[in-house]
Design a protein around this ligand. Structure first.
Ligand SMILES: NC(=O)c1ccc[n+]([C@@H]2O[C@H](COP(=O)([O-])OP(=O)(O)OC[C@H]3O[C@@H](n4cnc5c(N)ncnc54)[C@H](O)[C@@H]3O)[C@@H](O)[C@H]2O)c1
Length: 392
């Protein structure tokens, strides 16, 4: 068995490394030449991922060969694809990267190969869009000539390696044979669980994200209710907790997962609860801006610019929209994040680097940056602590 993994990002690279570590030869394909080059030198480009550096050092350029050419994977009999799927400005899924990836896979597809999509996608993407592209270009028939399955990625950046080993990996095929085939392959490097078909696996992954989004929206609403009655939200939350009541943490919802998936359903179906929750979470930055208005002064320092602490990722970070909103309201915004250098901060987020906390009129703690706790103690009256929550 030889496996190709297309998309060596925060999800794909740990997966490729775990497969290589199970003793299977892997061809990792990515359009990013620089990334390919460093991986083949045994250097890990995603340093925040625990345990990944050792695996890349051990397998990069050996068991795991990275390349930009799909042709280098023509001997592979399993092809896994995990490239991003973004939403456009109308919140509709943009399939362009997925299409390019599968068009390329279709050119090297052979009889009896297995193809698996791992990217989180709208329901029926595997059985329609992916199947059509693969069949059209290869002239092979899914289910007869090759196998096709969906297996959602359920990792969390920073904990991916352990998640691969411990977390159940859902596997659903476009037919029973594809599911069985995928189950046998995934058994070699993860803990697969069979689900009826690819569309069930697709919806299960979307549902996980929506579960968190809706529960965080509930927490956000209850937070405002508690504030109205002068009740300590956190004390109330602890008091309400038992086996059947687990209110998540209130705050922003960022990243390219949870704020994206609900739109796969909102734009297709009548799902009012999911829609209200999504908008409510997005609107939290307005609520925080009003809190800033309550403190006099125009200099605002934001600590934590990435979408979540410990992950160097700007996509769908609420800090980006928050900075824009504060500027519109006339504030001078400074920022810093332990994962970004001064130059990166100023270039990527368009803010002045936050050097001195004491110079600020307001400090916004966007992420759980606990290492600033001591410095913040002295200027407690200026600090607004927003937990950039992914749920708990
Ligand atoms: N990162 C996570 O925590 C996480 C968790 C669960 C699911 N996912 C899923 O994984 C997907 C990818 O996320 P990520 O965090 O790895 O993204 P990422 O941005 O870190 O990496 C994506 C990689 O794919 C490459 N790429 C893009 N188009 C390509 C193409 N056509 N051919 C080859 N390579 C291509 C990019 O160069 C990049 O290296 C997400 O869209 C989501 O569905 C991610």
């Amino acid at each position: 068995m030889k496996i190709s993994v297309t998309g060596l990002g925060k999800a794909g690279l740990p997966l490729a490394a775990v497969i290589a570590d199970a003793g299977i030869e892997v061809i990792g394909i990515d359009i990013d030449e620089k990334k390919v080059e460093v991986i083949n030198k045994g250097i890990n480009p995603i340093t925040e991922e625990t345990g990944l550096s050792q695996l890349i050092k051990k397998h990069g350029g050996n068991k795991l060969k990275a390349t930009t050419r799909f042709q280098d994977a023509k001997d592979c009999n399993v092809h896994i694809v995990i490239v991003p799927l973004f939403i456009d400005k109308n919140k509709n899924p943009d399939f362009s990267l997925i299409k390019i990836a599968f068009e390329n896979i279709s050119k090297i597809l052979k009889k009896d190969d297995l193809v698996v999509l791992e990217t989180t996608v709208p329901v029926r993407t595997t059985e329609k869009l992916v199947k059509d592209i693969l069949e059209k270009n290869s002239k092979l028939k899914a289910g007869n000539d090759f196998y096709l399955a969906y297996s959602p990625e359920r990792i969390m950046t920073g904990y991916s390696i352990s998640r691969f080993k411990q977390f159940p990996k859902l596997v659903g095929g476009i037919d029973a044979k594809s599911m069985e085939k995928a189950f046998e392959v995934y058994k070699k490097f993860t803990k697969p669980v069979k689900v009826r078909d690819s569309r069930t696996a697709e919806l299960a992954k979307i549902a996980e994200g929506i579960y968190r989004d809706v529960n965080i929206a509930l927490a956000n609403e209850l937070f405002k209710v508690a504030e109205h009655y002068s009740i300590d939200f956190w004390e109330m939350r602890d008091a309400a907790k038992h086996d059947y009541c687990n209110i998540l943490e209130p705050g922003n919802v960022g990243g390219h997962c949870i704020p994206v998936y609900p739109w796969f359903l909102i734009n297709e179906l009548d799902v009012p609860l999911i829609k209200v929750a999504r908008n409510l979470n997005d609107d939290m930055i307005d609520y925080y801006a009003k809190k800033v208005d309550e403190i006099s002064g125009k200099r605002v320092g934001i600590i934590g610019l990435s979408y979540r602490e410990g992950v160097k990722e700007k996509s769908y970070s609420r800090a980006v929209d928050f900075i824009r909103l504060l500027r519109k309201r006339g504030y001078k915004v400074y920022g810093m994040d332990p994962l970004y250098s001064r130059e990166e901060t100023e270039k990527e987020f368009g803010v002045k680097y936050l050097d001195n906390l004491n110079d600020m009129d307001v400090i916004i703690l966007m992420n759980k940056e606990s290492k600033y706790a001591n410095q913040l103690k002295n200027i407690k009256n200026k600090v607004i602590d927003i937990k950039n929550v992914l749920g708990n």
